[in-house]
Design a protein around this ligand. Sequence first.
Ligand SMILES: NC(=O)c1ccc[n+]([C@@H]2O[C@H](COP(=O)([O-])OP(=O)(O)OC[C@H]3O[C@@H](n4cnc5c(N)ncnc54)[C@H](O)[C@@H]3O)[C@@H](O)[C@H]2O)c1
Length: 225
Amino acid sequence: MADRLKGKRVVFIGAATGIGRETVRQFAAEGAQLVIADKNAEQGQASAAADKLGGIDVLVNNAAIQYSGAITDFDVERWDRIYAVNVKGIFLACKHAIPHLRKSKAASIVSTASLAGLRGGPGMTAYSSTKGAVIALTTALALELAPDRIRVNAVCPGWVDTPFNNPAIDYMGGADVQARILSAMVPLGRQAVPAEIAPLFVYLASDESIFMTAQSIVIDGGVYN
Ligand SMILES: NC(=O)c1ccc[n+]([C@@H]2O[C@H](COP(=O)([O-])OP(=O)(O)OC[C@H]3O[C@@H](n4cnc5c(N)ncnc54)[C@H](O)[C@@H]3O)[C@@H](O)[C@H]2O)c1
């Protein structure tokens, strides 16, 4: 495949590693023009990106952090921090990108939520609730922006092999325990690799999904059923 994103001017937030890095690689292979932002300053970066690209057609909100822990022991500053990155970061990026997206002929916002936003687990109250917020934000914003023909969707991966999960793996009791849990829990028997998740972002960013909005699509090997 090639050129599915030809002419698309993309601002991609959170692309240094993991799913973001592979997705940016696939976006570039499909002809997208990209500005990549990582770590803070979404406002300045959205405006600078619009100047550099001559406009914005696609915003991808992929940045997130994860802290695990029992709620009674959970540090308040960590709670505020995870919400600042995982939820407020998307709010700010959308707030400052939308004026540019309104000028696009076919605009799309894609945010990375998570299976964890639909189905929680022990030690996951902070992370799961931020991802539930991303799913709710996606629906509400899609309806708000539908008159502007800006589509808003989210990707909900299950377990993906990136360093992101290290805190959760530690909380579970290590990589061996995680592997045993996943082989029992995931109908397809394993976690994904980023290259298996990235094509969904390509689809949602491209005009192939032109009639799709307000969706949070699960890609998790069959866990959520
Ligand atoms: N790995 C999984 O199992 C999994 C499952 C479901 C959802 N997700 C989601 O996928 C997305 C990517 O995660 P990943 O697994 O590739 O992990 P990752 O840690 O490799 O990627 C996260 C990216 O966000 C960036 N980032 C962190 N804080 C930032 C900030 N304040 N501003 C800008 N960028 C920041 C990091 O530098 C990194 O590039 C995240 O939204 C995560 O919640 C991951």
